[in-house]
Every structure is written in structure tokens, then in C-alpha cells.
Design a protein around this ligand. Sequence first.
Ligand SMILES: [Zn+2]
Length: 59
Amino acid sequence: MTSESGRVDGDSRIHAVRRLVNGPVSQCGAGKIVAGVPGRFNPADPDACPECSTLAAGS
Ligand SMILES: [Zn+2]
């Protein structure tokens, strides 16, 4: 199961997106997604958030 990917304010990582009723947030808890990134979250991407990668691997 792969997530959508997106960016939050305050860092340059690509995060895995969790869709909540209030809007999308990062799976690692870094905050709200402010910009979507095309394609699915890829833990092998060098810009991928390490915490989201760990969470993605565990699910
Ligand atoms: Zn993250």
C-alpha cells in the first residue's frame, strides 16, 4: 500500500500523505501538506522523509 506524496512547510523532504477530514497531513506528523508531489510516495527517493519511509515500510 503506497501513499500519495507531498511537501509540508518548514522542510524540503517529500512526505507520505495521510488524508484526514480536515485535509492532508504528513504521516510522520511533520504537519499539513501544503503542496502535492506527483506520483506515489517512494521511500527510495533521496528526498523522501526518513520517518515517513519507516512508516511506509511498516504498513
Ligand atoms: Zn514525513
